[in-house]
Design a protein around this ligand. Structure first.
Ligand SMILES: [Ca+2]
Ligand SMILES: [Ca+2]
Length: 244
């Protein structure tokens, strides 16, 4: 284990300066200098680790990931300037069954016509994203068909297939063509307990936090009071046990 982590855990457990000797006695003793409280915190650390062990049970319910249309530009065949399609959607699935999840568009801003998600029927699958305009409009339409090169994934972006994707947007004037770029990327929610920003709240976040805390990194000033001390450990563990 990293010496900084060892320091921090020992500090959190004992709440005061200690000297820890390496097994070989060849290295100088480690002095814990970051502790600013003598309040023993071992119970808190043990509680946090216990919570981590129980995490799989707590996460047995459906999970929802958020995705964003990133850098999706629609290029009309007529040569008019490309415009950006902006949107986000969620994908809700049972643990272990990501492929059979359900996609719901949460935001969409369509260029030219100004259509939004509420104006459209939207079908989202692991292989693509399709829209059609609700209702009958003789001079309006919004058919956007985005095919993904790689199926929607929890981990990797999905590139938009520029050959198989197309759009036909009518708003008095008709705009037809294909996207000229774009991908689908997962967006991680603002989750303070996810200290290492990998999308999950687990023991790795405790280690990452304690490393930063031991180094006096301002990122470890969790309660944002301008100093890094044991109050930040308490604040972090409190948020961490709540998950996201
Ligand atoms: Ca994390
Ligand atoms: Ca602080």
């Amino acid at each position: 284990m990293d010496r900084g982590v060892l320091n921090a855990i020992a500090c959190a457990a004992f709440g005061r300066k200690r000297h820890i000797h390496s097994p070989t006695q060849e290295e100088p003793p480690v002095t814990i200098t970051a502790c600013q409280s003598r309040r023993p915190m071992l119970p808190l650390v043990l509680a946090a680790v216990s919570a981590a062990a129980l995490a799989p049970v707590a996460h047995a319910q459906n999970q929802t990931y958020t995705y964003e249309l990133q850098n999706v530009w629609l290029q009309p065949d007529s040569g008019q300037s490309a415009r950006q399609l902006v949107g986000t959607f969620t994908w809700t699935f049972s643990p272990g069954d990501f492929e059979n999840g359900r996609g719901v568009c949460t935001e969409l801003s369509v260029p030219w016509g100004g259509y939004a998600a509420d104006d459209l029927n939207i079908t989202i699958e692991t292989g693509g994203f399709e829209t059609s305009l609700m209702g009958n409009w003789h001079d309006r339409g919004c058919d956007i068909n985005l095919k993904f090169v790689e199926d929607l994934s929890p981990d990797q972006p999905s590139t938009i297939d520029l050959e198989l994707s197309s759009f036909d947007i009518q708003y008095g004037v008709s705009y037809q063509g294909r996207p000229s770029s774009g991908s689908i990327v997962r967006v991680f929610p603002d989750c303070p307990g996810d200290f290492n920003s990998d999308g999950a709240v687990n023991t790795q976040d405790i280690l990452a936090f304690l490393n930063a805390w031991t180094a006096g990194d301002e990122a470890a000033d969790f309660n944002e009071d301008g100093s890094v001390n044991t109050l930040d450990v308490l604040a972090f563990l409190n948020v961490w046990t709540g998950g996201c």
